[in-house]
Design a protein around this ligand. Structure first.
Ligand code: DC
Length: 213
């Protein structure tokens, strides 16, 4: 079994930046699971399929050349051989991704793909349910958050239009795999910390646990 570092938290909490740096430091593969939900949302919208037509979305996914793969030490998503990137942060994706992420059948499909990444190598995976659902047995669980004001400011600085409060509300109240801190996760509030400080806190905890595992 390879280590799986689970990093969960609300929108714009800094999870991706932190997870990527930790993966680089440890030499593990970085997996961004939010991008997977975003890709399904983009494919659904761009094929004019209704967001509540679960069977049609599942059929669509099965029929399209979409691949959840790897480039170097990071996860990537390819559609028709082309990497999906900018389209995944469009305002209409931010607006609709929580609706797609609330569909249990889609979650089951993506969780399966997420676990496959860890079958052959250690991973740092970030999302909303990594410590609770994807890798419930991993000892490496972190819940990264920040005040709403700080998170709003971070999104603005990225130049992205994203109603993070609304998205968090939907993600936290859905019945399947809601955004919630695992009871055994280490809570890190990044509001008043630099990225380097947050990374240091997590690395220290991971290394201590690796020695004892
Ligand atoms: O991390 P992000 O903002 O790119 O995630 C986009 C959306 O995907 C988020 O609002 C909720 C959903 N998501 C999820 O439900 N489970 C995950 N493991 C990752 C993301």
């Amino acid at each position: 079994m390879f280590p799986a570092i689970a990093i969960d938290g609300p929108a714009a909490s800094g999870k991706s930046t932190i997870a990527r740096l930790i993966a680089q430091k440890l030499g593990y593969t970085f997996i961004n699971t939010g991008a997977m939900y975003r890709a399904v949302t983009w494919l659904t919208l761009s094929h004019n399929i209704s967001l509540d037509d679960t069977p049609a979305i599942i059929r669509l996914l099965a029929s399209l050349p979409v691949e959840f793969g790897k480039k170097g030490t990071e996860s990537i998503i390819l559609y028709q051989g082309r990497e999906l990137e900018e389209e995944l942060t469009l305002p209409e994706i931010n607006q609709n991704v929580s609706t797609i992420a609330a569909i249990p059948e889609i979650r089951a499909l993506l969780v399966q793909r997420q676990r496959q990444y860890n079958e052959k190598e250690p991973v740092v995976m970030e999302g909303r349910d990594i410590g609770t659902v994807v890798f419930p047995k991993t000892p490496f669980k972190y819940f990264v958050t920040a005040s709403e004001a700080v998170r709003e400011a971070r999104r603005k600085a990225q130049g992205l239009k994203d109603s993070i409060q609304e998205r968090d509300r939907k993600d936290a109240k859905r019945s399947t795999a809601p955004l919630i801190q695992a009871p055994d996760a280490l809570l890190v509030d990044t509001s008043d910390l630099t990225i380097d400080q947050v990374v240091a806190i997590l690395i220290e905890d991971i290394q201590r646990k690796l020695i004892h595992s």
